[in-house]
Design a protein around this ligand. Structure first.
Ligand SMILES: [Zn+2]
Length: 140
């Protein structure tokens, strides 16, 4: 599998983006960890690429203003998976195929099971409480 983070440059696509000098504890979509005190971040509207047509959703995401690290593309980001999450599957047409609540420690198995279904093209990990997009996963 391949993990897809959001490049900080995506913030420039939203003219309504908000700059925050410090917003500790928010999930950063650029390096897939929680923010630390004193790290400047962008809050902006983002549409993950998997959803197409009526399934194209826009929601709020945070990234660093300048990201110090690039995440490994095939490592699950443990810091963002220590809570229950929604694992949402999309087919190649960009429609929602399936969705599951996944508990911490079960993500690798849940992802493997999802990709065992040939109709699944990609996955999105979202927060359980707010539904916010965290990151995408594709087959490698
Ligand atoms: Zn970052």
């Amino acid at each position: 599998m391949r993990i897809h983070a959001i490049p900080v440059s995506a913030a420039m696509d939203d003219p309504g983006r908000e700059h925050r000098d410090s917003e500790p504890g928010v999930p950063l979509r650029c390096c897939l960890r929680k923010s630390l005190p004193g790290e400047p971040v962008w809050l902006f509207r983002y549409s993950p690429s998997a959803g197409k047509g009526p399934y194209a959703e826009v929601g709020p995401v945070f990234t660093h203003v300048t990201c110090p690290t690039v995440p490994q593309s095939d490592d699950l980001p443990a810091e963002l998976l220590n809570n229950s999450r929604v694992l949402r599957a999309y087919n190649a047409a960009g429609q929602i195929h399936d969705g599951h609540v996944v508990e911490p420690g079960s993500f690798a198995r849940a992802i493997e099971e999802s990709f065992n279904d040939p109709a699944v093209d990609s996955l999105q990990v979202r927060s359980l409480s707010h539904g916010c997009f965290l990151f995408a996963i594709s087959r490698s």
